[in-house]
Design a protein around this ligand. Structure first.
Ligand SMILES: Cc1cc2nc3c(=O)[nH]c(=O)nc-3n(C[C@H](O)[C@H](O)[C@H](O)COP(=O)(O)O)c2cc1C
Length: 171
């Protein structure tokens, strides 16, 4: 089985969210020795920009229209990123709070892979799941408190995004 471990802090060994997700992954590996871990650190991945070519490729990909060379190249990158989500049996995501949101590189990843008919369907105004896994583990970190009433929009935005992909279980 494949566990996709998405890290979104650039702080490497100093990162709390990476330490927490790594601890989860190691415990999971102990319980499931057959697991293959695919590490995707959004800062080290060399993600393509989500720019004019990427948006052109997105619309032409959906409409099955001919793409320019630049659009085809970015579309291949998007497909290979999406394939890592499609292959995963479990997705683990570490999310630090940055200025009441999540790190902008994670938004870049979301905008790249959040493609209709890759990760989800959209028909008659409704989203439907396409990923084989319904399980995601999300581990949040922040400098301040998680007490009730404390604003945690990085949590609610991520919950909204992953529920679009059909996940029924996250933490
Ligand atoms: C650019 C930046 C913005 C931050 N903004 C907030 C914030 O709005 N609220 C908060 O509680 N912590 C904030 N923090 C603190 C981090 O959420 C906290 O240190 C977290 O553990 C960082 O995750 P990491 O250790 O995995 O990098 C911020 C940190 C950085 C670097």
């Amino acid at each position: 089985m494949i566990l996709l471990n998405i890290q979104t802090s650039p702080r490497g060994s100093k990162s709390i969210s990476i330490a927490a997700t790594d601890a989860f992954v190691e415990a999971y590996r102990t319980a499931h020795p057959d697991v293959t871990v695919d590490n995707l650190n959004v800062w080290e991945e060399g993600l393509p920009e989500f720019d004019s070519e990427a948006i052109g490729a997105k619309y032409k990909g959906v409409a099955k229209e001919a793409m320019s060379d630049a659009e085809s190249a970015i579309w291949r990158s998007i497909q290979s990123l999406a394939a890592r989500f499609q292959a995963a049996d479990l997705i683990v995501l570490g999310v630090p709070m940055w200025n009441f949101a999540y790190p902008y590189k994670l938004k870049q990843l979301i905008d790249l892979v959040c493609q209709r008919n890759f990760l989800f369907t959209f028909s008659e105004g409704k989203f439907g799941p396409l990923l084989k896994t319904r399980n995601a583990v999300v581990i949040y970190s922040r400098g301040q408190t998680y007490a009730e009433q404390s604003p945690t929009p990085h949590c609610s935005t991520i919950k909204k995004a992953i529920s679009t992909f059909g996940f029924t279980s996250s933490a």
